[in-house]
Structures are given as C-alpha cells and as structure tokens.
Write a protein that binds this ligand. Structure first.
Ligand code: ZN
Length: 160
C-alpha cells in the first residue's frame, strides 16, 4: 500500500486548511453547478463568473463539504482557473483529468492528453494531487471539482 504521505502532501493540506476562493457568487449573473461524489459524500458547488467580453473567468467561488482531497482539489482548481480564458480552462481540465486517469471506466475522455489544438497550460501546484492516482477510490474525490467546473462552464449563461 502506498504511503499516505503521497496522498496528503503539504500543499494539499494547506489548501484544505485554508481554502481559496471559498464562498458563493450571485446567480445570475454567475452560473453554477453542483457536484456530488456519493462514494465519499463529497459535495461541491462551483460558481463561475465568465466575462463574456473577454471570454475569461473573472471570478470563481467554491462551496461545499467533503474530504480533504475533494476540498483541496476544489481550492487548487479555483486558484488555477481564475483569470484564465475559457479555452485555457478547458485545456486545464483535460490535462488534470489526464493526470488522474488510470483505468477508470469514466471513458468519454478520448485519451488525447497531448494538448492538440488546445492552448498550452501547465498544472503547476496541481501536480501535487498526482499521488491520488495511487488510491483509485479517491480519484473521484480529486476530480469532482473539475467535473463540476465543466458543468458550470456548460451551464446556460445568463442574459446581461
Ligand atoms: Zn472524498
């Protein structure tokens, strides 16, 4: 069994103790999506304020509760996507889920993790979550915020 220190890296614990971008945004104008991981009881709501003029994530907030992996991943996600363009955010989601994919039956992803036509993005601190892959049951904890983010991106934009 892999050591727990791989799972609970210092930066992960830091984000769990001091979550970034915690809170809510008024909907509308923000859009939001709720994610739920029944395996672990994690719940995450992602609020997204996309500036239509520039096409960038002007603000992002996360609320919810759950295990340290789900909550720190959400915190790190919020920090990573804020200020990025929507194509960059989508590229980041792809890259992160690529890092997290072992033989999950989640399918859908076409295994095209080599950026392809998407913008170049780096995972940076998010690589700390790579240790989660050694604990397959926790992968859904780590990806919950990212799946919810994708849903929020695809949520109907408000008028404005
Ligand atoms: Zn969890």
């Amino acid at each position: 069994m892999p050591g727990l220190e791989d799972l609970y890296r210092e930066i992960i614990l830091d984000h769990y103790r001091t979550p970034r971008n915690r809170g809510e945004l008024p909907v509308p104008p923000a859009r939001h999506a709720e994610g739920h991981n029944p395996l672990c009881g994690d719940e995450i709501t992602v609020y997204l304020d996309v500036d239509d003029a520039s096409g960038t994530v002007a603000d992002v907030k996360v609320s919810g509760q759950g295990c340290s992996i789900s909550q720190s991943s959400a915190s790190m996600m919020s920090q990573a996507v804020k200020g990025k363009s929507v194509p960059e955010v989508k590229a980041l989601v792809r890259k992160f889920k690529g890092m997290m994919s072992i033989e999950t039956a989640d399918g859908a992803d076409d295994g095209d993790d080599s950026a392809g036509d998407g913008p170049e993005v780096t995972l940076g601190d998010l690589e700390a979550l790579q240790g989660v892959v050694k604990f397959p049951v926790r992968i859904k904890c780590a990806t919950l915020a990212w799946n919810t983010l994708t849903e929020a991106l695809d949520a109907p934009a408000s008028d404005s």
